[in-house]
Design a protein around this ligand. Sequence first.
Ligand code: SF4
Length: 319
Amino acid sequence: MAVQGKESIIDPLCRSNLSKKGLCDYVINVATGCIHGCKFCYVTSTPTIRMREKVLRDRGVADPQMDWGQYLFVREGIPEILDQKLSRKRSWDETAAGKGVVLLCSTTDPYQNRQCAQVTREAVKVLLKYDKRVRILTRSPLWVNDLDILVHPNVTVGMSLPHLSDELSRQIEPGAPFPSDRLKALTRGQRAGCRLFIAMAPTPPMMESSDFNDHLEQLALLNPEIIFWEPINARGTNGKRMLAAGLEWAKSVMTQKSWASRFVEQWDMLEAAADATQLRDRLHIWPDPELKGYVEQSRFDYWWNRPTVETWPVLQKTA
Ligand code: SF4
């Protein structure tokens, strides 16, 4: 049974090491838990869940790892606390790769339901009030309700769209809106003039060249600024969750060697598809440190800490 509630937070704006992925320097997570319940989700392996298992059990979550997707605690107080914090903040970190951007979210989905969407909307308004750069990353089309604030030079909206199969989505992202609905939302955003990016992540191991070609042909129509990519990594309990969900194909990437070899194969397929669709300059590969030894060092180094090709308006200095 789903466990839902609220939680308070002292400091919603956290420094983030996701600059390594070219995503941000700061992150705001509007909730603990995520009702999309993706079987491959890595969040349960992060301190966000691992370090808080006892707290979550005390709140009624029987197994915070295996019950991922069955609990959600929303941080409704974020906009007010964020405003107070930014009104006092005198410095702002900006790395070459992270570009001072604030990401919503890294360990949950900012638009997974109306309650989260409301917190996200108000938090974005606060960030824009202080001239911050904002990156939204979601699997839910609900963001199109906020185009009035999201069509802004300091905002880019991205959707996770690892594949285009609604049928596969039901198996691996059981609570998330269909990829076909995500494409419709992106089309609406594009028509409205919204800055867009795509997280083609994580791709399942059975995707082949023709799937990558079809996918990039669809993405080309949306004219995204960036297409981030990585394949499914079986780590922590997500391998166990994929097998428990009957996803037998997950076994093909369970060892480091099999995972790394499929990673490099799909990487090659993606680059070939990007060449065919003139999207090569938009690709942004997310290499994994555990790939070392399986891929040429120069190829790995090129993508590690590489800034994205996005450009942002010049930030005003915090007073
Ligand atoms: S939407 Fe993101 S955070 Fe939520 S379950 Fe899926 S991968 Fe995890």
